[in-house]
Design a protein. Structure first.
Length: 167
């Protein structure tokens, strides 16, 4: 796969996950839930805009210049540091359609992350540099969505940390 093909495929993934977050934003009725999905939607839209910019750059110059891609979602390290200080970013009654949206988003985030990992493994240095940051951000999205889903599902885990043991 060429870098250009990879970027076009990445755009397809980003549009799909952005649309899931748009749908989720419209489906939830509590303000906290809306803010979470809006933040994730905005992050995905930033990825789309960045990929369009980089694709044009590649088409115009034949090269990609590495530039930092920012994310509204904190890094996994940052979330881990703050995990002891906060409970959850969602309302306690986060049920039904909201849980379904999180599950749908998690599945798509994992699929997108898998694609980025494949690109990091297969593309030459120029493409690898572009997709490494996307991989990092998508992995943070996975952790954030999994965190909320675990909390809502009362699995006994909170952001991959065992909260309690029944024994």
């Amino acid at each position: 796969m060429t870098i250009e093909e990879a970027m076009k495929t990445a755009l397809e993934y980003e549009v799909r996950i952005r649309d899931i977050y748009r749908e989720a934003t419209a489906a939830v009725d509590d303000e906290v839930g809306k803010r979470i999905f809006e933040a994730l939607c905005k992050d995905e839209q930033n990825h789309i805009d960045y990929l369009h910019y980089k694709l044009k750059q590649l088409q115009d110059t034949g090269k990609i210049i590495a530039e930092r891609l920012e994310s509204a979602i904190p890094s996994a390290e940052s979330v881990n540091r703050e995990a002891e200080k906060v409970k959850s970013l969602v309302a306690k009654d986060f049920l039904g359609i909201k849980r379904q949206m999180l599950s749908k988003a998690l599945k798509m985030e994992i699929e997108t992350s898998d694609f980025y990992q494949k690109m990091v493994n297969e593309l030459p240095d120029e493409g690898r540099a572009l997709f490494e940051r996307f991989l990092e951000i998508e992995n943070n999205h996975i952790k954030a969505v999994q965190f909320e889903l675990d909390y809502l599902s009362k699995t006994g885990y909170w952001f991959d940390i065992k909260e309690f043991d029944m024994e």
